[in-house]
Design a protein around this ligand. Structure first.
Ligand code: UD1
Ligand code: CA
Length: 451
């Protein structure tokens, strides 16, 4: 059975107190919306429709940045979850399979849970995902009779007996596609909120002789983000889970609670991550590497045996081959660094290619930006760049070439050549002593005049 995802993301999220639409606030470097889309994507959907309203253009851009095939439809006014799904009708024209409704602000629904919903579908026209919770008052209540779901009653509309039910609606719902819009056509807004409730399709379906059921999942999967405090809690939950998963996969985290992972961080077995390391999105670290304390990585690839940090910064496009060493206070951006090369201290390497086993001395800078354009630096194999060399790009240093420390290199250096690009040293015998005497005399005179 093919699946279409409908992700509801039109709400404003007033309690976030933000100019940014709620679903674009991030957990582990990805918008809440993308977490929901990723989770749904594990079902290999035929179609993905995102219903957006507040901040439509921004939400659309974020959705399509992650999945360019996603349809993003506009819900001009937020007249309820049922109304939101109706807005997706046109985008689903001609689609034959089942429709899975997810919320853009509910990031943690697990793929296994979605699979269990599909397994529960069978003859049921609707499968609702519920959770047990006896404190959460505001949720819709799932009214069950055995395995049958009779109806969902919103808290506002429920009597005391129904409010006492501890089986809550998470909002995630799987619906037989060819029945969905007929069911929605029968939904009215005659309720306490004056909204079209998606939840009402359960009672409508039963009245039409169709059946519905609900399955349950852990409450941690269904948490929605409504405020900055929730966002921080959700981040913490994500991090706890992601750290545990990495350790399970054979990665050593010396102090797990101080390592921050992105939603897509990949780290190989037997790699060691020291305390206080931050991973932004799109980082892959292969096996047997070591990321030392206080390093910040983003959009980077570290290969087998790489050693990074302490205090290193790898920015997008840092592509490090096997056994590369990047030391303290080194920044690498958009640079290919070949096998065994070393950049050990206080350097900036940007828009560059560093050849294998090259040694980049302390304080080396690739001067890649002329104020308008970026230019490339090439350093050959086994080249030796002396400390404090300024490599003024575009510039190429040949294989096994050397630059003298303190050089400003503005022209290409041939293979095996030594380039000196600094003022010639001159020496004035005895001059230092003379200078000191002069200065001391001056100081003595000054303090005498004062007193
Ligand atoms: C909804 C459910 C409730 C469930 C709860 C779980 C209904 C009527 N109620 O209530 O049973 O327990 O979620 O969190 O479905 N949205 C739109 N357009 C709209 C309205 C909502 O896109 O017109 C989106 C929101 O942005 C949000 C999601 O749908 O992502 C849920 O909406 P929300 O208003 O939070 O629903 P609840 O009142 O919490
Ligand atoms: Ca909600």
């Amino acid at each position: 059975m093919s699946i279409a995802l409908v992700i509801l993301a039109a709400g404003k999220g007033t309690r976030m107190n933000s100019d940014l639409p709620k679903v674009l606030h991030e957990i582990a470097g990805a918008p809440l919306l993308v977490h929901a889309m990723k989770s749904g994507a594990t079902l290999d959907p035929e179609k993905t429709v995102v219903v957006a309203g507040h901040g439509f253009e921004e939400v659309k851009a974020a959705a399509q940045d992650w999945d360019e095939t996603a349809d993003v439809v506009l819900q001009q006014e937020q007249n309820g979850t049922g109304h939101a799904v109706m807005v997706a009708r046109e985008a689903l024209e001609g689609f034959q399979g089942d429709v899975l409704v997810l919320y853009g602000d509910t990031p943690f629904v697990q793929p296994d849970t979605l699979t269990r919903m599909i397994q529960a579908r069978g003859e049921n026209a609707i499968v609702v995902l519920g959770f047990h919770d006896d404190t959460a008052e505001k949720y819709g209540r799932l009214v069950m009779e055995g395995d049958s779901l009779l109806e969902i009653t919103e808290f506002k509309d429920a009597d005391d007996a129904t409010r006492a039910i501890d089986f809550m609606n998470s909002g995630v719902m799987l619906i037989k596609g060819d029945a969905l819009f007929d069911l929605l056509d029968s939904v009215t807004s005659e309720n306490a909120s004056g909204e079209y409730y998606l939840t009402d399709i359960v009672a409508v379906a039963r009245a039409k002789g169709l059946s519905a059921t609900a399955i349950s999942c852990d409450v941690s999967e269904t948490i929605g983000v409504n405020s900055r405090a929730h966002l921080a809690e959700a981040e913490a939950m994500f991090q706890t889970r992601a750290r545990a998963a990495l350790m399970e996969d054979g990665v050593t985290l010396i102090d797990p609670s101080s390592v921050f992972l992105a939603h897509d961080t990949v780290i190989g077995r037997d790699t060691v991550i020291e305390p206080n390391v931050f991973f932004g999105p799109d980082v892959t670290v292969e096996t047997g590497a070591r990321i030392r304390a206080f390093s910040h990585l983003e959009g980077a690839h570290v290969s087998l045996g790489g050693e990074i940090g302490p205090y290193a910064r790898l920015r997008p496009g840092a592509e490090l081959a096997e056994n590369v060493k990047i030391g303290n206070f080194v920044e690498v951006k958009k640079a290919q660094i070949d096998e065994g090369a070393k950049v050990n201290h206080l350097s900036y390497i940007g828009d560059a290619h560093i050849g294998e086993a090259a040694n980049i001395g302390a304080g080396t800078i690739t001067c890649n930006y002329d104020g308008v354009m970026k230019h490339k630096t090439n350093v050959g194999k086994r080249a030796f760049i002396g400390s404090n060399t300024m490599l003024v790009a575009p510039v190429t240093i040949g294989d096994e070439a050397m630059t003298a420390s303190g050089s400003v290199i503005t022209k290409d250096v041939g293979e095996g050549a030594l380039a000196l690009g600094r003022a010639t040293q001159i020496e004035k015998p005895g001059m230092a002593r003379k200078l000191f005497e002069m200065l001391r005399a001056k100081k003595a005179k000054l303090s005498k005049d004062k007193s």
